[in-house]
Design a protein around this ligand. Structure first.
Ligand SMILES: [Zn+2]
Length: 321
């Protein structure tokens, strides 16, 4: 039987997404379900197999047509062995995910970190198409990233390469990060940071618009801050300016070291569009050597929530002749 289907899986702390793809990376069917974290790793893995079988049924196909199963997980991975070193949100440690999935399905499985998978997805079918040297950044609660050089993810020696969010941007006196350091990019440019700074601007009286929003709702969202900034509130503009400055500054280090063709920025915050991107670009250009800056596009990601499953599919596609 011709093997012409690829399964892409994105395991998150709250939900599992599974997609059935053709070998061009088009999504034929997809589904999502809550992650049964509390039931343990074997239940999560069984759920993935069950969801995969459900999608195969929709296609009137069987596991025999599946080339392989690619899986993105929220934590560092030993890519060769497919062992998940740690996934805090899943309560996993040294989980032999590849071996377990292969044991249940009889199909080759490939495992990588979810941010790396999202980067590969953008390279294959998203804003990164055509580039082999690119950096993908996801700005949400934290700042995640993936670095691709020559079409390959940079894993580093212990599986934590590409952790863009933990580049130290403010060396002394910066905000505390979950990783144990201070002044990480994640503490300055994530949605969490924008909310923290927005609430600070509201309380200090620096932003009247945000003070009103905070008074009315009790807490702010990153969108509140962007909306107020777009409407011209100077305090909110200041918050966006600082977050964008730090992001562009952080990206300049990658620009100088890696000379990428594209930097693709996704996640909820990237929806702020040109208002945000023009500011990131300004800071990036200021600190990146002109030879690198001129040849680097900074673009919004285009795949949204599908980047993870499509990129997980690429883990399989990349092994095909
Ligand atoms: Zn950190």
């Amino acid at each position: 039987m011709t093997k012409d289907l690829i399964v892409g899986v994105d395991i998150g702390g709250t939900g599992i997404k599974v997609a059935l793809l053709n070998t061009n990376g088009d999504i034929l069917h997809k589904s999502s379900e809550p992650t049964p974290v509390a039931a343990g790793e074997d239940s999560v893995i069984s759920k993935i197999v069950e969801m995969t079988n459900g999608l195969l049924q929709k296609e009137n196909a069987s596991m025999e047509r599946v080339v392989g199963i690619g899986i993105g997980v929220p934590g560092p991975v030993e890519a060769d062995t497919g062992v998940v070193l740690e996934a805090v949100n899943l309560h996993w440690k040294n989980t032999p995910l590849k071996a377990k999935v292969e044991g249940l399905t009889g199909v080759p499985a490939y495992v990588d970190n979810d941010a790396n998978a999202a980067a590969l997805g953008e390279m294959w079918r998203g804003a990164g198409q055509g580039a082999k040297d690119l950096v993908a950044v996801t700005i949400g609660t934290g700042v995640g990233g993936g670095v691709i050089i020559g079409g390959e993810i940079v894993h580093g020696v212990s599986g934590v390469g590409g952790e863009i969010g933990h580049m130290t941007i403010v060396p002394e006196g910066g905000p505390q990060c979950n990783c144990g350091k201070t002044g990480c990019l994640e503490t300055l440019s994530s949605a969490t940071a924008i909310i923290r700074e927005g609430e600070q601007a509201a309380r200090s009286g620096e932003s009247t618009a945000l003070a009103a929003a905070l008074e009315a709702k009790g807490k702010l969202t990153a969108k509140d801050v962007f909306d107020a900034a777009l409407a011209g509130d100077t305090g909110a503009v200041g918050v966006v300016d600082r977050a964008a400055f730090y992001l562009g500054f952080g990206m300049s280090h990658l620009g100088n070291v890696l000379n990428p063709a594209k930097i693709v920025i996704g996640g909820g915050v990237s929806a702020a569009g040109e208002f945000l991107f023009s500011r990131i670009r300004e800071s990036f250009d200021k600190y990146t050597w002109a030879y690198a800056a001129e040849n680097c596009e900074i673009l919004p990601a285009t795949l949204g929530n599908d980047a993870g499953v499509i990129g997980a599919g690429w883990l399989v596609r990349a092994k095909m002749a």
